[in-house]
Design a protein around this ligand. Structure first.
Ligand SMILES: [Zn+2]
Length: 175
């Protein structure tokens, strides 16, 4: 019975994973910077907690788990291979800084990095972005974590006040 249940759970999670990629709203290849969320000054002003010449770090408005950040190129580039070597190196450095800051603010211990290139793998915003999703020891089970990833897009966004508070804490924590 327990075996059947675990099998059923695995099948359900696989199905959900599949639909995640199918139902995510694809962007149009004709969309230019003016319709790109990560080039929108209003979004950047509200969610940005780090900036240098090449890279920005934002707090996402629909976190999969508390501490979920986005590390993006400052330049509008659709895919990873369109970045320069300097931009790629700087993104790596900023991911390390973000990790330090998030561990301090949220008390997390592990993290997942996720970056998609192209419609077929479910890229939703046509601007290079790395998801940094942290977890604490003793958090949800892995299945609960996968389900949270699946439903993150359907979640209510955080309120502007909540985002402002979190962004301020991260701004102070990042070195
Ligand atoms: Zn953009």
């Amino acid at each position: 019975m327990r075996k059947k249940l675990s099998l059923l759970t695995i099948v359900l999670v696989c199905l959900m994973g599949g639909t995640y990629f199918l139902f995510i709203k694809p962007f149009s290849h004709s969309s230019l910077n003016d319709s790109c969320a990560f080039c929108d000054p209003a979004i950047l002003n509200n969610q940005k907690f780090y900036e240098d010449d090449l890279v920005l770090a934002l707090y996402t408005h629909k976190p999969i788990l508390p501490g979920h950040c986005l590390i993006i190129s400052k330049k509008h580039a659709e895919r990873f291979e369109m970045l320069t070597d300097d931009e790629i190196a700087q993104i790596g450095r900023v991911i390390k800084k973000v990790n330090q800051a998030v561990m301090k603010v949220f008390g997390t211990s592990s993290y997942l990095l996720l970056q998609k290139n192209g419609l077929e793998v479910g890229q939703s915003v046509p601007h290079v972005h790395f998801h940094y999703v942290p977890r604490k020891a003793g958090d949800d089970s892995t299945i609960q974590f996968i389900i949270k990833m699946y439903i993150a897009n359907a979640k209510q966004p955080m309120s502007p006040e909540e985002i402002r508070e979190t962004v301020e804490k991260l701004r102070q924590a990042i070195e």
